[in-house]
Design a protein around this ligand. Structure first.
Ligand code: CDP
Length: 220
């Protein structure tokens, strides 16, 4: 029996299906779902829209309010920006923005403030945001599977996007995320690895539900 809010941390490389799994898991368990990457993307979208250079972020940080509405859609200063933040333009800048210590401090504090059971996905959830999370997963998949997944997703919005563009963006972000100074992407020592290269969405969900039952005696 686990008392108090349950924190489930899902970290890993880009396009490994973290959000898909986190969303499904939160739904099954009736927990809150927080896409921490969407928060970094929303800050990035603000900078793009207002033509603000990365070295000026700190001056405008107090003007940026990022949160989620009742439907768990990401909002920037009160406006839903789900679609805008997935644009390639944002993907190209977000890892630079996520390097800035002041940005991380602001968003990490906000993430730690969700005072209820939550499934949160990102890069530093098990290491920095919730180091005592009751369950930590580290997701990975083969590079080609990841590129194909993201390519399919993006092509629905922008048919001119190429496989090469997607591949270059994923490689760049993986490198930047792993090598930044503040809170880099790394696996928590007590995380369980989930390689979903050959798993369907339903299979990976069932895998995690079994793990939850074994580790925490939580059943749905
Ligand atoms: O594209 P994908 O869904 O894999 O990435 P995301 O979760 O939307 O995150 C976008 C970017 O935000 C990442 O590439 C990181 O640079 C940054 N990020 C971070 O630094 N820390 C987090 N907890 C989540 C995302």
């Amino acid at each position: 029996m686990v008392l108090g809010p349950i924190h489930i941390a899902i970290d890993g490389y880009s396009s490994t299906g973290k959000s898909t799994l986190a969303k499904a898991l939160a739904k099954e368990l009736g927990y809150l779902y927080i896409d921490s990457g969407a928060m970094y993307r929303a800050v990035t979208w603000y900078l793009i829209q207002h033509h603000i250079a990365i070295d000026q972020i700190e001056e405008v940080l107090d003007d940026i309010r990022v949160d989620f509405d009742q439907l768990q859609r990401i909002c920037l200063n009160g406006e839903v920006v789900e679609k805008e933040i997935r644009q390639m333009e944002v993907s190209e800048k977000v890892s630079e923005v996520a390097k800035v210590a002041a940005v991380r401090k602001k968003l990490v504090e906000q993430q730690q403030g969700f005072n209820q059971s939550v499934v949160m996905d990102g890069r530093d959830i098990g290491t920095v945001v919730f180091p005592s999370a009751q369950l930590k997963l580290f997701m990975t998949a083969s590079p080609e599977v990841r590129v194909q997944r993201r390519y399919k997703e993006l092509q629905q919005q922008l048919s001119s996007i190429t496989l090469e563009q997607v591949r270059a963006n994923l490689q760049m972000r993986d490198y930047e995320d792993e090598h930044r100074e503040v809170d880099p992407l790394k696996m928590a020592s007590d995380a369980v690895v989930l390689d979903n290269s050959n798993l369907s969405q339903e299979e990976q969900l069932q895998w995690v539900l079994r793990l939850l039952q074994e580790k925490l005696n939580i059943t749905v």
